[in-house]
Design a protein around this ligand. Structure first.
Ligand code: SF4
Length: 169
């Protein structure tokens, strides 16, 4: 099975295995480093957007409005890195954590070395001799599975085409 739910389940199992062996693992609530320095606007498959939309539709209206303003500003921003428009910056937490995209679930645990996409904080700990038993996941394999889950667009594009009222009725 290669549904989004199955991909989530497989990633969660791998992540949990790493966490079980590394109680001081950095990636989790309290660390929002990657959400603060995204290399690009998040890209999501149609299945990921459908799931994220559910999380967005469940937010209080003022939070959704704020996210809409953040996303509109982001669409015009050319400088990089960027701060994720779904991050609650005062709390340092994701507003849609349960519904977050796959890239957010894998970032601290999976590697795409060619593109330099992995957590440098964790990498430096591993290079320094901590967590020697860590086996990084292969992000390319995850991306291959995601490629079967519909078209991929920037978050800004999905959001611009979304009619929230249709998901809230
Ligand atoms: S969607 Fe959530 S977890 Fe992912 S980068 Fe944005 S704030 Fe962070």
């Amino acid at each position: 099975m290669n549904t989004l739910t199955q991909i989530h389940t497989d990633i969660d199992a791998r992540v949990q295995a790493i966490r079980d062996d590394n109680l001081d693992w950095l990636c989790g609530l309290g660390c929002d480093g990657c959400c603060h320095r995204l290399a690009e606007i998040p890209r999501l498959t149609a299945a990921e957007w459908d799931w994220l939309r559910e999380g967005l539709a469940a937010l209080p209206p003022e939070q959704l409005r704020e996210i809409g303003q953040n996303i509109a500003a982001l669409a015009k921003q050319s400088s990089r890195p960027i701060i994720c428009p779904l991050l609650d910056q005062s709390a340092g937490a994701c507003k849609v954590y349960v519904h977050r995209p796959v890239a957010c679930r894998t970032y601290g645990f999976y590697v795409q070395r060619d593109q330099g996409l992995y957590c440098k904080d964790i990498e430096s700990r591993v290079a320094g001799g901590s967590w020697a038993e860590v086996v990084w996941g292969n992000q390319d394999a995850v991306d291959h599975r995601l490629s079967g889950l519909g078209e991929t667009c920037d978050l800004t594009e999905w959001f611009a085409d979304w009619k929230p009222n249709e998901d809230m009725t």
